[in-house]
Design a protein. Structure first.
Length: 176
């Protein structure tokens, strides 16, 4: 025997194909769900007490889950602090409704004019000392009531900046 006769041909290894066909798995799942649904619906005719009791039990569980409300330790909501302002004291302007540090606080000549403020006009933004930067120091001179709320507006005198010495009205909530 020669060496060539002793050499056996190499066997090629072919991967085995598995029978995990996605379509057959989906069909099996559909068939199982269909069988479960049909057996549950047939329960309506054979034993209606169990059928409607099951539906009622599921409804009660859903109501309990929706009304449970979650955990009792909820974080407190933060907002602008309402402080008791005093005439003659110095405070700083801080817009209660703006998160932008570059936002300005509107000062007007009469307390009720803030309610009629129209932000669509650019002309009022160019007026002298009507929009004061946040953080500007002011002194409270007097108060005005509005809309059933006491001290809703405060007359202030600007203590620093280019508008120093000017007096105007601001919302009391914008004074911190």
């Amino acid at each position: 025997m020669s060496n060539e006769e002793n050499v056996q041909p190499e066997e090629t290894v072919q991967p085995q194909q598995t029978n995990t066909n996605n379509e057959s798995a989906a069909d099996n799942a559909k068939e199982t769900a269909g069988n479960a649904l049909s057996s549950f619906l047939s329960l309506k005719e054979t034993n209606p007490k169990v059928f409607f009791g099951t539906i009622g039990g599921i409804a009660v569980l859903l109501v309990l889950l929706m009304s449970s409300g979650g955990s009792g330790s909820k974080p407190a909501l933060t907002g602008p602090k309402l402080i008791n302002l005093a005439i003659g004291q110095r405070y700083s302007l801080k817009s209660a409704n703006a998160y932008d540090p570059a936002a300005t606080v509107r000062l007007v000549s009469t307390p009720g004019a803030i309610a009629a403020y129209d932000d669509t006009e650019e002309a009022d933004r160019n007026g002298a000392c009507q929009h004061i930067p946040q953080g500007t120091q002011v002194s409270v001179l007097e108060f005005a009531d509005a809309f059933g709320k006491q001290n809703a507006y405060a007359k202030v005198r600007v203590e620093d900046g280019s508008c120093k010495g000017n007096e105007a009205w601001a919302l009391a909530i914008d004074i911190q």
